[in-house]
Design a binder for this molecule. Structure first.
Ligand code: ASP
Length: 569
């Protein structure tokens, strides 16, 4: 028997009990004739006390050696009430080395001295640390809650293929050469998109899958080349049905995992989001929405701004409390299409542009923004799109700089009415903003010929604190519209047939109206736990360069293998 108990369960009620424990040595304290060892397993840590000849046996043991001990539970003289086993220790009578260990390359404790690279090379050792282990437990709990919730609500979990054909979905696919079919290739699924739609055609009403997806893109702290989606699809739904149900789902997850009650999720149209925040994924925890000033500018004596396509400003409340930092910050974001006004507590007004902004003008702006002493105003002007984008970035910088991104707040919102198509300069073609299967809004279809960029789609994104957590759409369920969209994406009849023939064929058999969404599981947990790196929640993540540092993937293939796969060697 390796153990009668685990290292996290013995407490003062077990005092006097004979026990056997197994665990890795976390800490050794050597007092000459007396040794204290802490041993650790998945469940916790227990302190051991070794006397006399056992000390000699233990002398050669080091951190991370795996030992088995037999002994008696006794009361500890100096207690540690921070851990469940902190009131007892084991007086060891027998010690057995189950497996020795090399000295670990970094400290295996809650705080570690190992950098990310070394911890990824020895990920199995990193997983022994509580922060990583606990993250995996949280992930387990989240997926369990998800499965239970969706199953209870009539969703069926169905697995869809990973090895599929290449389909254009916005990102690059990983390609897998076929050994048995010379010169042919599979692609790894970027998402189960077409399959979940085919399941709806198959009459599966509501589907979900917690599924690995693969995209050959540069990894970042919030993106991995293989990642997990909570992928869902429903039949006979419109946009509001999907939003209502998944708002319910996200609220349930926050309640169960974090004990947080979320308020209703506001819906903001894409164009309003851009106008108010300069981005389609706004972080709304810290006000500062844009105020457009062109109408005001027309009426006041400030000629140098009159010709600008857009003049827009934001107000930062009570900046003066953190006054000493502000000049440094303003220097950092200086740009020529930008100016600021400080309204000091003593009511003096200072601006970045003393020569061009008269005292009278400053006062007009202060009144227009209803600014109070201590507030700060930022302005940006120029060409519409660029100005909004730039002020959007500045807004985020201000929030970071002044610590306005309140850690305890979660602000979810839906972005709706997202454009269907965008122009891609490189390929000189229109490209789907979401994907080619997204339905346009019926009332906008007529714009397809003359103003494709103006078409709004039935897609939606769930944004929480400025992070895209999910996105989806109502799908096209009409063969002619689907073909029309393919055509506008620059696909020839032949290409449509070869890539999507099977899909279009399925449209002929009574395709139901349907729609769905996919949530990024790694991102969702990262957000819930307020981390900034999704790797923390993935057991074996890839590095930022898409490498698995532990197994050293990707790697070269031997000539023989290349030959077998019909690849040049
Ligand atoms: N398949 C889509 C994606 O991966 C999500 C969806 O439209 O349901 O972004």
């Amino acid at each position: 028997m390796y153990r009668t108990h685990n290292c996290g369960e013995l407490t003062r009620k077990d005092i006097g009990r004979e026990v056997i424990l197994s665990g890795w040595i976390q800490k050794i304290r050597n007092f000459g004739s007396l040794f204290f060892l802490d041993i650790r397993d998945y469940f916790g840590i227990t302190q051991l006390i070794l006397y006399k000849e056992l000390v000699k046996k233990a002398f050669f043991l080091g951190r991370e050696c795996l030992i088995q001990v037999k002994g008696k539970v006794i009361e500890r003289s100096s207690k540690n009430l921070n851990i469940p086993t902190g009131e007892i220790e084991i007086s060891v009578c027998h010690i057995n080395l189950l497996n020795p260990s090399l000295s670990p390359p970094f400290t295996i404790d809650n705080k570690t001295d190992g950098n990310e690279e070394i911890r990824m090379i020895y990920r199995y050792l990193d997983i022994r640390r509580n922060p990583i282990k606990n993250n995996l437990i949280i992930r387990h709990n989240l997926t369990l809650e998800t499965r239970n919730f969706l199953s209870k609500n009539g969703f069926l979990e169905v697995e869809t293929p990973i090895l599929i054909n290449y389909t254009p979905e916005g990102a690059r696919s990983f390609i897998v050469p076929s050994r048995t079919h010379v010169d042919k290739f599979y692609a790894l699924a970027q998402s189960p998109q077409l399959f979940k739609q085919l399941l709806m055609i198959g009459g599966i009403d509501k589907y979900f899958q917690i599924v690995k997806c693969f995209r050959d893109e540069d990894s970042r702290s919030d993106r991995q080349i293989e990642f997990t989606q909570i992928d869902c699809e429903m039949s006979f739904v419109e946009v509001h049905d999907v939003l209502a149900f998944f708002e319910h789902f996200i609220k349930h997850i926050f309640r169960k995992i974090k004990n947080i009650e979320l308020d209703s999720f506001p819906c903001i149209s894409y164009s309003d989001a851009i106008k108010m925040y300069g981005t389609d994924s706004p972080d709304t925890r810290f006000g500062m929405s844009f105020v457009e000033l062109n109408d005001l500018i027309k009426k006041i004596d400030i000629n140098w701004l009159k010709k600008e396509e857009l003049v827009v400003g934001i107000k930062v409340n009570e900046y003066e409390n953190i006054h000493e930092k502000i000049d440094f910050f303003l220097k950092k974001i200086e740009n020529k299409n930008f100016f600021w006004i400080k309204y000091l507590h003593d009511k003096t007004l200072i601006s970045s542009n003393q020569n061009f902004l008269s005292k009278k003008i400053l006062k007009i702006f202060i009144e227009y923004f209803k600014a109070l002493p201590g507030d700060l105003l930022f302005f940006s002007y120029g060409e519409k799109i660029k100005t909004r984008e730039e002020l959007g970035k500045i807004r985020l910088k201000i929030a970071n700089f002044f610590n306005l991104k309140k850690y305890e707040i979660f602000n979810p919102l839906w972005i709706i009415d997202i454009p269907l198509l965008e122009w891609e300069e490189k390929s000189k073609k229109y490209k789907s903003v979401h994907h080619p299967f997204t339905s346009p809004k019926e009332e906008d279809i007529h714009l397809l010929e003359n103003n494709p960029k103006g078409i709004r789609s039935k897609s939606y994104d769930l944004i929480i604190n400025g992070i895209e957590i999910g996105s989806g759409s109502i799908r096209i369920h009409n063969k002619n519209i689907q073909n029309l969209i393919f055509k506008h994406l620059g696909l020839s009849k032949k290409e449509i047939k070869s890539r999507f023939g099977f899909f279009i064929k399925a449209f002929e058999y009574g395709i139901p109206p349907h729609g769905g969404i996919a949530f990024g599981l790694d991102r969702l947990i990262n957000l819930l736990e307020r981390h900034t790196n999704i790797k923390d929640f993935i057991a074996f993540p890839k590095s930022n360069y898409g490498k698995d540092l532990m197994i050293d993937a990707p790697s070269f293939l031997e000539k023989e293998k290349l030959k077998e796969l019909h690849l040049p060697y």
